[in-house]
Design a protein around this ligand. Sequence first.
Ligand code: SF4
Length: 243
Amino acid sequence: MAGQTDPVNVPDQAAVARRIPGAGALGLVAPASAVAVPAVRLADPAWTAEVLALRSRVLRTTDRRVLATVWWYSVSSVLLMPPLAGVVAGIPLSARLADLSVSLLPGLQPIAALAAGPGSGDLPGDLRASIGAVTAAVAEAGSMGERSLWAIATDSLADRLLLLGQATGDVERVTALAAPLAAAVGPSLPVPRYLDVAGRRFVRRASCCLVDRVPHGSTCISCPRRHPDERRVLLEDAAGRFG
Ligand code: SF4
C-alpha cells in the first residue's frame, strides 16, 4: 500500500532506548499507565483548546497564555526526545508528527513520546514542520504570538540534548549538536546556548515558561530575567547539589 512503511526498515525506538542509559526517565519508554495520543492532534487548535481547558482545573488558572505556554513547555520536551535520541544513538527516528505519539499521564501531563517511523534524512526540515505546526496551534489556542513558543522549542532542544549527553557520558559531543541543528531548522528557532558553571553545563535559556504565573508555581533557577550574577550563584548551588 502506498505510504506504508516496510516493517523490516522501521527502526525500533526500543533499540534506541537500549543505547541510552536511563531511557525511561528521559521519556523514551511510555509507562503502562499513560494514554498515547497521535502527535498530529497537537497541531489541532480546537483539540489544544480542549486540553488547555482541562488542564486549567489542575493548574488552577484560566489565563490562556499561561496555560498554552506551560503546555508547550511540557509537551515540546517529550516530543523532541525520540528524534534527538535517535541522532545520539545512531539510529535515526522520525520527527514527523504523523509518525509520533505522545503519552499523557492523568492531568494531561506529557511523560513520553514514541516514534513509529525512521528518520527521513531531513531532520531539520521535519523539526521545522512539526514545531511550526504545533506552535501555530498552541498560539491560536492561547491567543498569543508564536515567537515565544519557538524560543521554548529552542530550550527544549538544548535541554534534551544536554540530558542525552549526561546520560551517555558525552556532554561535549552531544551538546555541540544543538547549535548547528537549530541553525539548519531556520531563523524561527533561536540558537540554543549553554552555560558552564562550577564544572557543570546548564542550558542558557532563551525562553520564559510562565510557570511562576501558576498558583504555587516556583521560580526557575535559570530564569533569563534574573541578573546574571544571581543566576550564576543559584547555578553554582545547583551544580554542587548535582555533584
Ligand atoms: S522564573 Fe523566569 S523563566 Fe521562570 S516563569 Fe518566571 S519569568 Fe519565566
